[in-house]
Design a protein around this ligand. Structure first.
Ligand SMILES: NC(=O)C1=CN([C@@H]2O[C@H](COP(=O)(O)OP(=O)(O)OC[C@H]3O[C@@H](n4cnc5c(N)ncnc54)[C@H](OP(=O)(O)O)[C@@H]3O)[C@@H](O)[C@H]2O)C=CC1
Ligand SMILES: Nc1nc(=O)c2c([nH]1)NC[C@@H]1CN(c3ccc(C(=O)N[C@@H](CCC(=O)O)C(=O)O)cc3)C=[N+]21
Ligand SMILES: [Mg+2]
Length: 303
């Protein structure tokens, strides 16, 4: 590692970390195949043609195949009826080649996403969004755990080891990121504060954090004077800054340039949390496959 005279935060390399997780997934897939003739399969359902979602779905499918798993992609028209989508979920639930099901969110307004998620078989819910998995996580039981917070937790544990007693502040309370992140940090013995759009004194609350997780969806909202010196900053945000004709620029929810000199460690956007999310999706698919077949799941890839 390089040392600098002027203090600059360590940049956490999510790409390298994600590659090491994919390697572990790939090793376990080989084992399942050679010892049990099982190939884990992941089905991804995309409704509509949102360009960003199409990129994610393509990346997921490619990486799924690269680790030796089967990938099933289902692209449905924006106007698809809720009942057609629910019928597809039932088919995937029954398909023995499918061990993981992910329905890309958000869904169009005419579809009730809670209804769709709750139709997914609990043991195939690799996003960890089904109420049973949410409840199991909150109750401290084995659960399929949402991929983005799981990726954040794995990076934090790699960096810090034991997280006991750390002050964690999460900006954002969505079901996808903020809430499950809070559960995972609580489970790992942090003191957890969650702030959101109705919170007061957000800046002052953030200043207390040893671990600051930003999952807001507001470009560069977290500024240098929100961050305690030496804090670990995890930037979940993916914001596309449109630029006439030119390729859109991706920025996080953290003002990286100004925060980096203050923080002890920080994740970049792109190349931080995003690649970890996909790696954890693959890990969850192997875990789901092992549980469905009553086999030992890989070590060290859970919460
Ligand atoms: N890297 C990755 O793998 C992933 C990245 N993302 C990105 O992370 C970001 C958050 O995603 P997601 O959780 O789904 O977003 P949501 O829009 O579902 O939730 C945003 C949260 O931020 C809160 N919020 C909004 N504005 C403010 C504000 N001004 N001050 C304080 N809190 C505020 C909202 O509060 P309230 O509840 O009161 O509305 C809400 O709780 C997005 O940029 C998304 O693209 C998401 C998933 C995965
Ligand atoms: N059911 C469901 N599960 C999800 O996990 C889910 C979802 N719906 N809807 C959308 C959000 C967003 N999300 C991302 C995944 C990977 C990157 C990612 O790989 N990002 C790259 C950059 C990719 C790019 O260039 O656009 C990076 O940060 O380096 C980003 C965002 C998962 N989500
Ligand atoms: Mg909806």
């Amino acid at each position: 590692m390089m040392t600098h005279l002027n203090k600059t935060a360590k940049i956490i390399d999510g790409k390298v970390f994600a590659a090491s997780i994919r390697q572990q997934v790939s090793d376990h897939v080989k084992l399942l195949n050679s010892e049990h003739q099982i190939i884990p399969g992941l089905a991804v359902v995309l409704v509509g043609g949102d360009p960003a979602s199409q990129v994610y779905v393509r990346n997921k499918a490619k990486q799924t195949r690269e680790v030796g798993m089967r990938s099933f992609e289902h692209k449905l028209d924006e106007s698809v009826s809720e009942s057609t989508l629910l019928d597809l979920i039932v088919k995937l639930n029954q398909d023995p080649e499918v061990h993981g099901i992910l329905v890309q969110l958000p869904l169009p307004d005419h579809i009730d996403s809670a209804k769709v998620i709750d139709m997914i078989a609990v043991e195939k819910d690799v996003d960890g969004f089904h109420v049973v998995n949410v409840g199991r996580l909150a109750s401290g039981l084995d659960a399929l755990t949402p991929c983005t917070p799981l990726g954040c937790l794995l990076m934090l544990k790699d960096l810090h080891g034991d997280l006991s007693g750390k002050e964690a502040v999460i900006v954002g309370r969505s079901n996808i990121v903020g809430k499950p992140m809070a559960q995972l940090l609580l489970r790992n013995h942090c003191s957890v504060t969650v702030v959101h759009s109705r919170s007061q004194n957000i800046k002052e609350i953030c200043q207390r954090a040893d671990i600051l997780v930003a999952a807001v969806g507001r470009a560069e909202m977290v500024k240098a004077d929100w961050v305690k010196a030496g804090a670990t900053v995890i930037d979940v945000g993916i914001n596309r800054i449109e630029n006439n004709n030119v390729k859109p620029r991706l920025v996080g929810d953290v003002d990286f340039a100004s925060v980096q000199p203050i923080a002890g460690a920080i994740t970049p956007v792109p190349g931080g949390v995003g690649p970890m999310t996909i790696a954890c999706l693959l890990a969850n698919t192997v875990t789901a496959c092992c549980r469905i077949h009553d086999l030992a799941a890989p070590d060290g890839l859970g919460a």
